[in-house]
Design a protein around this ligand. Structure first.
Ligand code: PRP
Ligand code: GUN
Length: 177
């Protein structure tokens, strides 16, 4: 079948991504400890979470790790407005600080649902960090505590961000619209 998809245009090369991740680790390390539970939002947050946890280790923070599997876009380019929860935390988080990690913040619904689940699980504090934040006409609640990159209002692929399940492994962040 012929591929009629547009060609990805590089917006943020991998070297810039690496610098941004290292800067995030420097900012986050002082406000967490090694008992903090880094929590990746699967699937897209996987690449960023792998990089950030290793960047934190380089600055002396070796934190716990867990995952929440959420999805609201499926193969679409716009949010369905409802979050499906495919997998919960693996370990109890009661009384622990949780640091939620995701690739992109757009409508804010996915992060809000993750925060709700972490609080419901009894987390003592919930911090949030996204690699990229999309512009939005009005404030979304809650805004992330840490943001790596202010992205343009375009459909992003690469570094975990998919186009109907493909292109997550692109090392750069690209626009595909
Ligand atoms: O702020 P929002 O509008 O909620 O969008 C952000 C979410 O969208 C993507 O997830 P998606 O639902 O596409 O699942 P995926 O992680 O499997 O790509 C992305 O990984 C974020 O989790
Ligand atoms: N792949 C992808 N997923 C998203 N989820 C929310 N915004 C985006 C985006 O720009 N690209």
């Amino acid at each position: 079948m012929a591929d009629t998809s547009p060609t990805p245009t590089v917006l943020l090369p991998e070297a810039d991504i690496a610098r941004i991740v290292a800067d995030l680790a420097d900012r986050i390390a002082p406000v967490i400890d090694d008992d903090t539970v880094a929590t990746v939002l699967l699937t897209g947050g996987l690449w960023f979470a792998a990089d950030l946890t290793r960047a934190l280790s380089r600055v002396g923070r070796n934190i716990r790790f867990d995952a929440l599997w959420l999805s609201s876009y499926g193969d679409d380019k716009t949010s369905r407005g409802q979050i499906n929860v495919y997998a919960p935390f693996q370990r109890p988080i009661a009384g622990r600080r949780v640091l939620i990690l995701d690739d992109v913040f757009d409508t804010g619904l996915s992060l809000a649902e993750a925060v709700r689940i972490a609080k419901e699980g009894g987390a003592s504090e919930v911090l949030t960090c996204v690699f990229a934040r999309k512009p939005w006409p009005k404030p979304r609640a809650p805004e992330p505590d840490f943001v790596g990159w202010e992205a343009p209002n375009r459909f992003l692929v690469g570094y975990g961000l998919d186009h109907a399940g493909s292109l997550r492994g692109l090392p750069d962040i690209c626009a595909m619209d």
